[in-house]
Design a protein around this ligand. Structure first.
Ligand SMILES: Nc1ncnc2c1ncn2[C@@H]1O[C@H](COP(=O)(O)OP(=O)(O)OP(=O)(O)O)[C@@H](O)[C@H]1O
Ligand SMILES: [Mg+2]
Length: 270
């Protein structure tokens, strides 16, 4: 036991006869931002869904505070672990305010339907995701990026110690991507939230992750601090892509520039 709250041991995940992840061990470091990267279909969402108990392991177990998730009541899990799936589906005709409020369900008590804490959490979540202006709009008539921020607001309103986000930046323009990633980091640094996010942008991953997990074909190829593991060799191994890795001129984090290194040749026109 290492004492991390969320871990998995000997995890095998499958859909009917398609095994996606086999015998995987993973530890989610408490109080850190973990980012999972890897090619399409390698099993990132599958792993995240198992960590959030949306998918039952074929073998092995996900442990929360040392207890198998399958032995913990769903409501209790939802008070501790929030999951934003890759393609969430909103009930038809629901308003933004109502959807975000649903994030509070795991905390509501039968004798008190709506508390001041619920109200504060919802208001704050909407302010932090710049969705307050959308409160009365219907979710299904929003733009892709607006809708994504509403889902993030719902996950935030749930107010959990652990937050699992599957591609939280999809559909967002670059400014909103940075806004969401900064928000994630803020929640982590200021409130000690443990975050696991799947991201496709390797450079954002390297910048925002404390702990990076690189997956390929259902296996973890490398994990650790980005500065230790992001190399051209790793990018080649995981994505089959030639690249050059240089220090980010702003932050010093590894910056992946796709494409083979330029061969030093004779100067042009020579
Ligand atoms: N509900 C499902 N039923 C059957 N197979 C599935 C299901 N969901 C995913 N799979 C399969 O499991 C494999 C892993 O899918 P997963 O969604 O975990 O990939 P991913 O790494 O998240 O990819 P992406 O980057 O495209 O989101 C894929 O081969 C996919 O086709
Ligand atoms: Mg996915």
């Amino acid at each position: 036991m290492t004492g991390n709250r969320l871990t998995a041991q000997g995890l095998t995940l499958a859909y009917e006869d398609r095994v996606v992840v086999e015998d995987l061990d993973v530890e989610i470091p408490d109080g850190e931002v973990t980012v999972i990267v890897g090619p399409n279909a390698c099993g990132k969402s599958t792993l995240l869904r198992a960590l959030g108990r949306l998918l039952k392991p074929r073998r092995g177990a996900v442990l929360l505070d040392g207890t198998d998730l399958s032995r913990i009541p769903t409501r209790r899990i939802a008070q501790v672990v929030g999951l934003l799936p890759q393609t969430p589906v909103a009930p038809e005709g629901i308003t933004v305010a109502d959807l975000v409020s649903r994030g509070r369900q795991p905390h509501q008590k039968w004798w008190q339907q709506w508390s001041e804490t619920d109200e504060t959490s919802v208001t704050e979540a909407m302010e932090r995701t710049s969705t307050a202006d959308l409160a009365e709009r219907q979710v299904d008539e929003l733009s892709g990026g607006q809708r994504q921020r509403v889902w993030i607001a719902m996950a935030l309103a749930q107010d959990t110690d652990l937050l699992l986000l599957d591609e939280p930046t999809t559909y967002l323009d670059i400014a909103h991507q940075v806004e969401v990633l900064d928000l994630v980091r803020q929640l982590n640094r200021e409130r000690g939230r443990t975050v696991v996010a799947v991201l496709h942008d390797l450079n954002q991953a390297a910048r925002y992750a404390d702990h990076l997990i690189a997956m390929r074909a259902g296996r973890i190829v490398a994990q650790g601090p980005p500065a230790d593991i992001v190399t051209a060799e790793l990018v080649g191994k995981v994505f089959g892509l030639a690249s050059v890795v240089v220090p980010d001129p702003v932050t010093g984090d590894p910056l992946v520039v796709p494409g083979p290194p330029r061969q030093a040749g004779p100067p042009r026109g020579a």
